[in-house]
Design a protein around this ligand. Structure first.
Ligand code: SF4
Ligand code: SF4
Length: 95
């Protein structure tokens, strides 16, 4: 099954409070200088949550599938990662 098909089996309840945040955008700039683009968070995310726009990381947290890969992949520990509040975030559409 392709990743797009797997993502279709999820449904989202948007949490108004972002559960993902970048600690320091200057660190992302340093990351870009060190690793180039796409940076590790962009490379590992299966849901295209992270984008590099005008020299900053933009976080589309609403699309997150809560896999945790970005937290592990970020070489600078620069992501504040929490689960969405109770009852919000992802759930299986057929589960
Ligand atoms: Fe920023 Fe971490 Fe992403 Fe690098 S991997 S751009 S430091 S969030
Ligand atoms: Fe992407 Fe997974 Fe990180 Fe969510 S937890 S932003 S899906 S890598």
């Amino acid at each position: 099954m392709k990743i797009e098909e797997k993502l279709y089996t999820l449904r989202y309840k948007r949490d108004e409070i972002p559960h993902l945040e970048i600690k320091d955008q200057m660190t992302c700039k340093k990351c870009e200088e060190t690793y180039g683009t796409p940076q590790p968070c962009i490379s590992v995310c299966p849901a295209n949550v992270y984008s590099w726009i005008n020299g900053k990381i933009v976080v589309s947290y609403e699309n997150c599938v809560e896999c945790g890969a970005c937290k592990i992949a970020c070489p600078f520990n620069n992501i504040i990662w929490k689960y969405p509040r109770y009852g919000l975030g992802i759930a299986l559409r057929y589960g």
